[in-house]
Design a protein around this ligand. Structure first.
Ligand SMILES: Nc1ncnc2c1ncn2[C@@H]1O[C@H](COP(=O)(O)OP(=O)(O)OP(=O)(O)O)[C@@H](O)[C@H]1O
Length: 588
């Protein structure tokens, strides 16, 4: 398979507090095979998301993406969208934090993990591993090492090595120079040039133009989630030579020319490397004597030159990058925005003590229900309470579905009678009732994860029980533990998603990015747990550094919780609901 990437109105959306929001798109255009395209733009412009979309890690909200004549997303069985395996096999992505992605106990196994989807003979795998390690400057003796024990830069190199061992037609690299030393950078450039010479293409998101612009063919700018038309690198450099983001050598060269410092054009390109520039300056000074470049003159010229440049650039930009403003597409975005209340907003509105007490009261009342009408009323009350928070429930739909199936299976097993063989509905019903109550309690608790922030819980504990400190009760330590647990719960999900995305990309899974095939679960679990342990350690260090958990230190406190009228109303509503449930339990 070979060909260009083409985008037709492609857009990626993500869940947001108020429904969904546009992350990138609509994107039209193409990336050409055999060329290196740099993706530049401000932080948050959408570069990483675009690369992830091309690798199938972000489902398309609308439009289409194709490599050559193959669409990235195809309709599979039961009309479910699946990724085209062939496209994935010809595409290799290195995510922004491509280090810390390891699944295997040894470096060599990491290569095997990446090469598995290609089903190559063992000898071919060995050969590719050796060549990739050589190309990225990794010593062969590292093959038996644990990847986690490599230095940050070595892990970066390993990530690139695993990628090029697969010999994909396209390389999608997110900030590939970060963390690399000078030797690593020059090896990266060699790898990219060899890849292009072999007919491959690359799209590289970067802020490091000093290093990458000299080898680029094109530059494509991302702005507010939109992809502006790619322009030849030379053209981009001519327009942006004075930008703060332009390579230093280019900026210096331009300033010197404005200062009328005659400098012969270095042979290589429009943008010399810093060493080429230094060489050219040195030879010019040697030829003309040292009196040509006088600082006051240079300063004066610079200022006038900058004014003129700014005008020229504005003009050039308006010609080159005349695209639809992101604001124009806001009308379309509104269609997806439903009036749901964001838990983020509510979190700062309610006192965590009111939330927790209300939850405990309702949970107790729900768990007491021993009849179906009682559970039914609990479901209705829960539905009313959760309706404004449905955006927070949506990411959990799959878990809820899986739990419901599990309940049905357990109830069925509970109903099976062996002697004589039959089915006892009363037993099944009792189990179903108990587990349904638990499901309702779980549903009630889900938005709490977002509504009760760890810092507010910690403040609640300290404010409510701080007086116990006088009796040597370790309130701060308890607060630290609870804060850690609360901070950790959302991390469990986000860290899992990160590992699942990496496994998905490296394993060339064709399912939607959120759902990892069962065969890939095992390799992900161990590194996931290891990563969580590391995160827990970092979190504890960070909290302790702020004085939390130290009974003698003064923790940093930014706010004080106040019990307001709305908290009282919340508790009143919970009390009335719980009373109704208690009453039903008594009379039914
Ligand atoms: N799953 C998500 N949910 C909500 N917002 C998201 C999600 N993914 C990305 N975003 C937002 O989309 C925007 C684009 O993010 P992206 O990482 O693609 O930017 P970037 O151009 O790569 O930035 P940088 O140069 O800092 O790496 C950011 O504002 C980010 O917060």
């Amino acid at each position: 398979m070979s060909g260009n990437w083409t985008f037709d109105d492609a857009a990626v959306y993500a869940a947001a507090e108020y429904g969904t929001k546009r992350i990138i798109g609509p994107i039209d255009g193409s990336f050409e095979q055999g060329r290196i395209t740099l993706l530049v733009g401000a932080n948050g412009a959408g570069k990483s998301t675009l690369l992830e979309m091309m690798a199938g890690l972000r489902p398309l909200h609308s439009g289409s993406v194709a490599l050559g004549s193959s669409s990235l997303w195809q309709k599979g069985k039961r009309r479910k969208m699946r990724l085209d395996r062939n496209v994935l096999l010809h595409t290799g992505i290195s995510l922004q934090h491509s280090e810390s992605q390891w699944f295997a106990p040894k470096v060599s196994d990491e290569f095997r993990f990446s090469l598995k989807p290609y089903k190559l003979p063992e000898a071919e795998q060995e050969d590719r591993m050796r060549k990739a390690m050589e190309a990225t400057g990794l010593p062969p003796q590292l093959t038996e090492n644990d990847p986690w024990t490599l230095s940050g830069g070595q892990q970066r190199r390993l990530s690139l090595a695993c990628l090029i061992a697969c010999q994909p037609q396209w390389l999608l690299l997110d900030e590939p120079t970060s963390g690399l030393d000078t030797a690593g950078i020059s090896q990266l450039l060699d790898v990219l040039q060899a890849h292009r010479e072999a007919g491959g293409g690359a799209v590289i998101s970067t802020h490091d133009l000093d290093v990458l612009l000299p080898i680029a063919d094109e530059v494509a700018v991302m702005e507010d989630g939109l992809l502006l038309q790619a322009v030849p690198a030379a053209e981009w450099a001519a327009v942006h030579a004075s930008d703060y983001a332009a390579p230093q050598a280019l900026r210096v060269l331009k300033e010197l020319r404005h200062a009328r410092f005659e400098l012969s054009q270095p042979d290589t390109a429009l943008w010399p490397s810093l060493s080429e520039l230094a060489g050219a300056i040195a030879s010019q000074l040697a030829a003309t004597g040292h009196g040509e470049l006088r600082e006051p003159k240079l300063m004066q010229k610079q200022q006038t030159a900058q004014g003129a440049d700014a005008g020229r650039e504005r003009q050039a930009r308006s010609v080159d990058y005349d695209v639809e403003s992101p604001h124009q597409s806001q009308e379309a975005d509104k269609v997806n925005i439903s009036p749901q209340i964001g838990a983020g907003g509510l979190a700062s509105r309610f006192d965590p003590r009111a939330l927790i007490l209300s939850y405990v009261l309702l949970a107790a009342a729900v768990l007491m229900q021993g009849t179906w009408p009682g559970i039914g009323v609990a479901v209705v009350l829960t539905g009313i309470a959760l309706f404004p928070l449905r955006a927070q429930i949506r990411p959990w739909i799959k878990v809820i579905r899986a739990y419901s199936i599990m309940i049905a299976a357990i109830a069925f097993i509970a109903g099976i009678q062996l002697k004589p063989l039959g089915f006892e509905w009363t037993n099944a019903q009792f189990t179903l009732l108990r587990f349904s109550g638990l499901l309702v309690v779980m549903l009630l608790g889900l938005p709490m994860l977002a509504m009760v922030t760890p810092l507010r819980v910690q403040r609640a504990i300290e404010q409510t029980f701080g007086w116990l400190g006088r009796f040597k009760v370790p309130v701060s330590s308890v607060a630290l533990t609870v804060t850690l647990i609360f901070r950790f719960i959302p991390l469990l999900g986000s860290e899992w998603q990160r590992f699942a995305a990496i496994a998905h990309a490296r394993g060339k899974a064709t399912t939607q990015a959120g759902s990892l095939p069962v065969s890939m679960l095992f390799p992900v679990v161990i590194p996931y747990i290891r990563s969580l342990l590391r995160l827990a350690e970092q979190l504890a260090d960070a909290l302790e550094a702020r004085g939390i958990g130290n009974p003698n230190g003064k923790p940093t406190r930014g706010f004080k919780l106040r019990f307001a009228a709305r908290d009282a109303l919340l508790m009143l509503a919970a009390l009335l609901s719980a009373s109704l449930l208690f009453y039903l339990n008594a009379v039914l």
